[in-house]
Design a protein around this ligand. Structure first.
Ligand code: ATP
Length: 367
């Protein structure tokens, strides 16, 4: 069993730099867990503490059922794939992949078998006699993954493994790593700052900010029910649109009033928002929940919003509209058939069943 758990783990670097603050995280056996967050939020530090490359300042780390705080890195039965690949330049691919096994005095025939097996899985058999400088970025990445696979570890740790690759290769390697995971059936902890990688690869995602865990859940739960404004804005592309405004009550109905736009809330949100009547809140709506009214057959008039279309970007399959209410700017992601006139006001429809509200002070989700 290779579950990993962190209990109240903290890491403070010299100079009182608090990189990781009281993290509790349980990773199930055979789970693909993605740690995601902006640069400097502490995700690599967590991975390095699990690997044993960095000592926790406090708290406990378990791999399987064993507390590993005092277990040296080489005895933790994990394999780590680094952003830089960390291949030995003077060794061939075969030597790089077999290096760890030779150190462990694994018999030669078994080394041959494991390296050949991993090379076949990764499609790099023809590269075994080459040196790293004779490989492309994607091939080096495969060798680094192969070196981890041959170890047959209980847990794989990946630290931004795709960030040195170009956009196309990143997408290709993303699916390859995912297929590999399905084949190997092992526990993976994967660090990235790329929310698309997080959404597409993880069984669950752990979103971090400033050393603090913000939310841990499956990708769709995080997307549909973010715990706070940070998570709502970090996961999703383009990011969620936010606007400040007031909740007001009129004719026994609740409305969100931004100053220039005014939309009616659905009854399901009424209970949670009634405490905010006449108070400021942060309204959030994803770009795909906004429609050009021209293409909506029966738009409720209370959900229609006027905004100036400042620019539009045709993306092929869809169009991004950059809009301005006079107080806030926001983005709508609409069908490719939409071609509004630039610098003209257009009518948009907000899907009010999909909107989010956040407390203005705490930025926690209200509904
Ligand atoms: P990135 O995506 O840029 O790699 P990250 O989320 O992985 O960022 P960490 O590398 O874990 O972030 O760093 C977290 C914080 O700890 C940062 O503020 C960083 O400057 C600091 N830090 C990391 N390593 C050290 C160190 N050895 N000494 C002092 N501070 C450090």
């Amino acid at each position: 069993m290779a579950q990993v758990s962190l209990n109240q783990v903290c890491k403070t670097f010299p100079g009182n730099i608090k990189a990781v603050d009281s993290i509790n995280l349980g990773i199930e056996n055979k789970e693909f867990m993605v740690l995601v967050g902006p640069s400097g939020c502490g995700k690599s530090t967590i991975l390095r503490m699990i690997a044993g490359l960095e000592e926790a300042s406090s708290g406990d780390i378990y791999i399987g059922n064993k507390k590993v705080n005092d277990v040296p890195a080489k005895d933790r039965d994990i394999a780590m794939v680094f952003q830089s690949y960390a291949l030995y330049p003077h060794m061939t691919v075969f030597e790089n992949m077999s290096f760890g096994l030779r150190l462990r005095h694994i018999p030669k025939p078994e080394i041959m078998q494991r390296v050949n097996e991993a090379a076949a899985i990764l499609g790099i058999k023809r590269l075994l006699n080459r040196k790293p400088r004779e490989l492309s970025g994607g091939e080096r990445q495969r060798v680094a993954v192969g070196r981890a696979i041959v170890r047959k570890p209980m847990v794989f740790l990946f630290d931004e493994p795709l960030s040195n690759l170009d956009a196309k290769m990143r997408v290709q390697m993303r699916t390859e790593i995912h297929k590999l995971y399905l084949k190997l059936q092992t526990t993976i902890i994967y660090v990235t700052h790329d929310q698309v990688e997080a959404m597409t690869m993880g069984d669950r995602i752990a979103v971090m900010q400033d050393g603090v865990m913000q939310q841990v859940a499956d990708p769709i739960a995080i997307y549909d029910h973010p715990k706070n404004k940070f998570v709502a804005g970090f996961i999703g592309s383009p990011p969620m649109n936010f606007m400040c405004g007031r909740i007001i009550k009129k004719d026994n109905r609740l409305y969100f009033d931004e100053g220039n736009i005014h939309v009616k809330l659905i009854d399901d949100m009424r209970q949670k928002l009634s405490a905010y009547i006449d108070k400021e809140v942060i309204f959030g709506i994803r770009s795909e929940d906004i429609y050009d009214k021209l293409f909506v057959s029966e738009a409720p008039p209370e959900n229609v919003v006027k905004a100036n279309c400042e620019i539009y970007e045709p993306m092929g399959s869809e169009v991004y509209l950059y809009l301005n209410t006079g107080k806030h700017t926001f983005i709508a992601r609409v069908g490719a058939h939409n071609r509004p006139k630039v610098n003209q006001d257009i009518d948009l429809v907000f899907d009010m069943s999909k909107v989010h509200f956040f407390d203005k002070d705490s930025e926690e989700t209200i509904v």
